[in-house]
Design a protein around this ligand. Structure first.
Ligand SMILES: [Cu+2]
Length: 258
């Protein structure tokens, strides 16, 4: 039995309940004409359901797509130690000047994960609707891999179905596997739910032959969707070429019907 242990551990790794998620969490997903127009965005690398934060280096790229134009926001990022674990997260203040949808996106630097013997790069996205004009949310950013929403990704009730399409190099990724996690503690009352066991931590669904998936969100708060692929490039580490897991991550917010 003893000899089997390393093999068993190896087999367990791909189905580990605890999933990594790159995240961009804005202070709101909808900003009306009467609201304060400064958004605060938190860029971080987390295990959303279990409430853990990984250390995050300054992202390689952070920007926003609005009205068909991409704007670089690297300069706005300020490091912070907000999490209980004293890990670095990145904060950006952004002023919404014009109406329309703002899709924020991040490309982190590769994160070395010794437990999986690979690097992780999660391309994160989130959309914020501004000042009453609902336009732009369905545009791709043009990242190496990304989720493009088919459901308008803001103003969602709890229980709504969220649909999206997974793209890899701009093309639909057939039968992509998508992990879904709830950002625990992000409900309207701010009360975390007790961390569930095993398969309840991450939900897992598969896209259809066009890379399209659907999921109904059962609680108010932020929900992360992550579709993982293996990059066709590797990173040299201590003389060995290591695999790179690339993730297309998208975040949406739901509120309860009053
Ligand atoms: Cu981790």
């Amino acid at each position: 039995m003893r000899l089997l242990t390393p093999l068993v551990l190896f087999l367990l790794i791909p189905t580990m309940a605890s999933a990594h998620f790159g995240a961009i969490i804005p202070s709101d997903d909808m900003v009306g004409p009467e609201d304060a127009r400064t958004l605060t965005l938190e860029v971080k690398f987390i295990h959303p359901m279990e409430g853990h934060t990984m250390e995050m280096a300054r992202p390689k790229r952070f920007g926003v797509l609005h009205n068909g134009r991409k704007k670089d926001l690297d300069d706005t990022l300020v490091s912070s130690k907000r999490s209980e674990e004293e890990r670095t997260v990145w904060i950006s203040e952004f002023k919404l000047r014009r109406p329309g949808d703002y899709t924020f996106f991040v490309e982190p630097v590769p994160y070395w994960e010794p437990a999986e013997d690979l690097f992780i790069v999660h391309y994160g996205k989130v959309c914020v609707n501004a000042l009453g004009l609902e336009q732009g949310w369905d545009e791709p950013v043009g990242l190496e891999t990304e989720i493009v929403p088919l459901t308008r990704p803001y103003g969602l009730w709890t229980g709504n179905l969220f649909s999206g399409q997974v793209l890899l190099k701009g093309k639909p990724l057939p039968f992509a596997e998508i992990e879904i996690e709830y950002l625990n503690g992000s409900s309207a009352d701010g009360q975390p739910i007790p961390t569930p066991d095993g398969p309840l931590v991450s939900q897992v669904i598969k896209a259809d032959s066009n890379g399209v998936f659907h999921y109904a969100m059962p609680k108010s708060g932020w929900w992360g969707f992550s579709a993982l692929s293996e990059a066709d490039w590797t990173i040299h580490r201590n003389g060995v070429d290591k695999h790179v897991e690339i993730g297309a991550v998208y975040w949406v917010h739901t509120i309860d019907i009053p």
